[in-house]
Design a protein. Structure first.
Length: 386
């Protein structure tokens, strides 16, 4: 199996246009010192979404940020979204906050372990001490700084949080401007934060809709999606050993469950549909989450007879629209009856659906329209005999 950057065929969300509501949003500036920010993270009051973005800074860049703070230079402000009383979601500034957090913890994450650490952080809300102390995941966070001019040593190079000496107190008390955003209206949803994420994030590479969604709607349901995303059989169907850093594989899973559960009520846009589905399942009962996980596992068991890359189209990319329709069709009756008996399908039925003209026409243009989504789901049920 290989890891590709272009295996995913469905980019409708990135280009999709949709109407924007009018919001009553307030933004208030607050200056918190670094020790307070650290304590907020430790207590869980400040939520750095573990799945928002992999920690991407190298030691040199992280050291430069710490040096700027020690020198008293200003650093970019951080944006927080007030989800509820004493609970704030990081909108912009995760890399800076994580750098500060890791520096105070005196541990720096190893590059090859960052995908796994992202998962651990998301599950626990922080990195457990036993993981932080494990040299498999972390190394010592000693500042790596170049000399300012030849023959003049950088006074901070090689230091860590414990060895800052007289600079430690000033570091702890250094303030960073935090802008706290709160949606006042409309009261029925918190959709403004999706737009704020989408328009404000300045982390170098824009977040994908699914990265934003996973941050905004983090829940036990999402933990399940990330868990099954590491399922060996699922990784084999994707022909990708490692989880995608931008969560395109998780988006496929989300879309598939959304089409199974709410596909009959679908209406554009796909962005709004997936956001609403994610929000709806934030407080899903654990028993129902367990059922959905087992249902997906049964579907995978029934797909074992398929040849390799069965869900890849002629372009050589994983056919998302095709997979979600097959999954919804195969699990439709089982879900209605709350059983685990998903439809057993044969390779030739998969081939017939790939060759079906109506399905193909509904997968070419305007793929997120209501009529095309309905056509794909209907044709999958007919061709697969569901």
């Amino acid at each position: 199996m290989t890891q590709k950057n272009d295996w995913y065929d469905e980019d409708t969300e990135l280009n999709e246009e949709y109407s924007i509501k009018e919001y009553d949003v307030t933004a208030s500036p607050n200056d918190f010192n670094l020790k307070t920010l650290f304590d907020f993270i430790e207590s869980g009051a400040l939520v750095i979404p573990g799945f928002q973005r992999n920690y991407v800074w190298d030691l040199a860049r992280a050291s430069k940020l710490i040096e700027s703070i020690l020198l008293g230079l200003p650093i970019p402000q951080i944006f927080l979204y007030e989800e509820s009383r004493n609970k704030f979601l990081v909108i912009d500034g995760q890399q800076r906050l994580m750098t500060i957090y890791y520096f105070i913890k005196q541990r720096f994450p190893k590059k090859e372990k960052r995908v796994e650490l992202r998962r651990i952080f998301g599950e626990h809300g922080k990195i457990p001490d036993e993981i932080l102390e494990d040299d498999v995941y972390f190394k010592k966070f000693n500042l790596s700084l170049s000399d300012p001019i030849p023959k003049q040593k950088n006074r901070y190079n090689g230091l860590n949080y414990a060895t800052l000496g007289e600079h430690k107190l000033s570091f702890d008390m250094r303030t960073v401007r935090n802008v706290i955003v709160k949606q006042n209206l409309p009261e029925e949803d918190n959709s403004s934060v999706f737009e704020i994420f989408n328009r404000l994030n300045s982390g170098g590479i824009n977040l994908t809709p699914q990265e934003i969604r996973a941050s905004l709607y983090h829940s036990k349901f999402y933990n399940m999606l990330f868990r099954i995303n590491n399922n060996k059989q699922w990784r084999e169907l994707l022909d990708a050993e490692e989880a995608d850093l931008h969560m395109r594989d998780v988006e496929i899973l989300l879309r598939s469950f959304a089409m199974l559960i709410d596909g009959d009520q679908y209406k554009p846009s796909m962005v709004k549909f997936l956001n609403a589905f994610s929000n709806k399942n934030k407080n899903l009962k654990e028993s129902h989450i367990d059922y959905l996980e087992n249902l997906f596992n049964n579907f995978l068991e029934n797909s074992q007879g398929l040849t390799g890359r069965a869900f890849f189209g002629s372009s050589g990319r994983f056919a998302t629209l095709f997979f979600e329709a097959v999954f919804a069709a195969c699990c439709r009756d089982a879900f209605k009856n709350k059983t685990l008996d998903t439809l057993k399908f044969k390779p030739e039925s998969i081939t017939r659906l790939f060759q079906d003209k109506e399905f193909g026409d509904a997968s070419q243009t305007d793929t997120a329209s209501k009529s095309n989504v309905e056509t794909r789901l209907k044709r999958a049920r007919i061709v697969l005999g569901a």
